[in-house]
Design a protein around this ligand. Structure first.
Ligand code: IUR
Length: 458
């Protein structure tokens, strides 16, 4: 019987390129969850999957088994069809969730958003929110339900009980060079979303020099895998392929990104941020049947940013998650200096002069993020502390003209930016003798499931 097949036999089977049966995958995940599988065995299986790949049916079975390894969230039946979430594969300056979750809630969705922390050069939504004094990312499922009843959205960390097999596999992938595996990424992301019992999900799959996947083609392959498996799980799933060579918006660093998300929640902020927020939200409103199509959904979402309802929802979410009402109110409705005062500022603010004159061709996200990381904005290992006040504001955009010596970047730090850091930052600014050609759009493509494929269309 497959269920009794020993782990070495399963590993050998995958190693030799054979297809694993559903029960065999379940048996592997059971071993991962109950601790009977040895770390070496898990690592070997991960590498076999990384090298041999998985068919769509195997990936679906792995996702289901991982989702079933822990508790599933439960929601009142009246919310069916309106439970939504967004997942991003990680970028620089990505503060989309902070504006998107409350804007969706203001449009009558229920948003139990489960987010992550930053690692390496990419930022994490939980770290951004923790820049706000008092904000608590740890909430029990019961607390989440209470917040969704009163406010409509919450943004929380992954609890121990949700898809525990993913926690084990993800930490081992990091140390076994098996992170970049399509079936493993798909199962990891979607197992948590399946346990969230969502109606609809939108994925922001990033590509480019500062993304997990460098090319559009590789990101598209992941998006198709995610959309296909998501639909098989009964979640209406769509993906947007978005470029990640340059930071999203003008600010990078946790406190600065909160401030920029607030600008978006006030109906302003950088156009690329608003475009991504409204596109992702518009797709979700359409998938839920709350908008006739994605374009109307986008307008509706934009309306919630413009009329103050998304901002009021954000303020209510902050209070529900531990921020004192006066602090939340001051942050959301105060003047820009009052908002900055709530979050506090780094000791040093330093403007970098352009090393020469010319037209801005690009500002590269990866070197910028790496320098900020060294200055304390990011973490190298899970659990490392970080300084939310460290960050950078771009003072120019692509297509602007700069004179030599004109400031192009304002850095916020606590000291310690040496000559090497300054040099690395200057290299992030690419200048040319003529205006750049029209930039390719940040949003390259939307991937939708073929019509009529979702199992559960309530
Ligand atoms: N985020 C996840 O939740 N899982 C993954 O495998 C990756 C990002 I890569």
């Amino acid at each position: 019987m497959a269920a009794q097949t020993s782990l070495p036999t399963l590993i050998r089977k995958k190693r030799d390129g054979e297809r694993l049966e559903e029960e065999e995958i379940q048996s592997f995940v059971r071993g991962v969850t109950d601790g009977t599988a040895q770390q070496g065995q898990i690592g070997a299986m991960l590498m076999a999957i990384r090298l041999r790949g998985m068919e769509a049916g195997e990936t679906l079975a792995l996702t289901r088994a991982m989702a079933g390894s822990g508790r599933a969230l439960e929601w009142p039946p009246a919310w069916r069809g309106r439970l939504v979430d967004k997942h991003s594969t990680g970028g620089v300056g990505d503060k989309v969730s902070l504006a998107l979750a409350p804007a969706l809630a203001a449009c009558r969705c229920k948003v139990p958003m489960i987010s992550g922390r930053g690692l390496g050069h990419t930022g994490g939504t939980l770290d951004k929110l923790e820049a706000i004094p008092g904000f608590r990312v740890t909430q029990s499922p019961e607390e989440m339900q209470r917040i969704l009843e009163g406010v409509g959205c919450c943004i929380v960390g992954q609890s121990e009980e949700l898809a525990p097999a993913d926690r084990v596999l993800y930490s081992l992938r990091d140390v076994t060079a098996t992170v970049d595996s399509l079936p493993l990424i798909t199962a990891s992301i979607l197992s948590k979303k399946a346990a969230e019992q969502l109606s609809a999900l939108v994925l922001d799959v990033k590509f480019g020099s500062a993304a997990l996947f460098p090319t559009l083609e590789s990101a598209r392959e992941l998006a198709h895998s995610l959309v296909g498996v998501g639909e098989q799980l009964g979640i209406r799933t769509a993906a947007v392929l978005s470029r990640m060579d340059q930071p999203l918006g003008r600010c990078v660093g946790n406190s600065l990104e909160v401030l920029e998300a607030l600008e978006c929640l006030h109906g302003g902020g950088p156009p690329d941020l608003r475009e991504l927020v409204t596109t992702l939200g518009g797709l979700l409103l359409w998938q839920c049947g709350l908008a006739e199509d994605a374009e109307r959904g986008r307008e509706q979402l934009g309306g919630a940013l413009d009329d103050g309802s998304a901002l009021r929802t954000f303020e209510a979410m902050l209070v529900a998650q531990g921020v004192s009402p006066p602090t939340a109110h001051r942050l959301c409705t105060g003047t820009p200096p009052q908002r900055r005062q709530v979050l506090g500022e780094a000791r040093v603010r330093e403007e970098l002069p352009a090393p020469g004159g010319g037209w801005v061709q690009a500002v590269e996200a990866l070197p910028l993020a790496r320098v900020l990381h060294k200055l304390g904005a990011g973490r190298t290992r899970a659990g490392d502390p970080l300084n939310p006040r460290v960050g950078a504001e771009l003072l120019v955009g692509v297509g602007d003209h700069l004179q030599e010596g004109q400031p192009w970047l304002r850095l916020h730090h606590e000291g310690g930016l040496g000559a090497g850091g300054r040099q690395a930052l200057q290299a992030a600014l690419r200048l040319g003798p003529a205006p750049p050609p029209a930039a390719p759009p940040r949003l390259a493509q939307t991937i939708l499931p073929p019509p009529g494929t979702t199992g559960d269309r309530q």
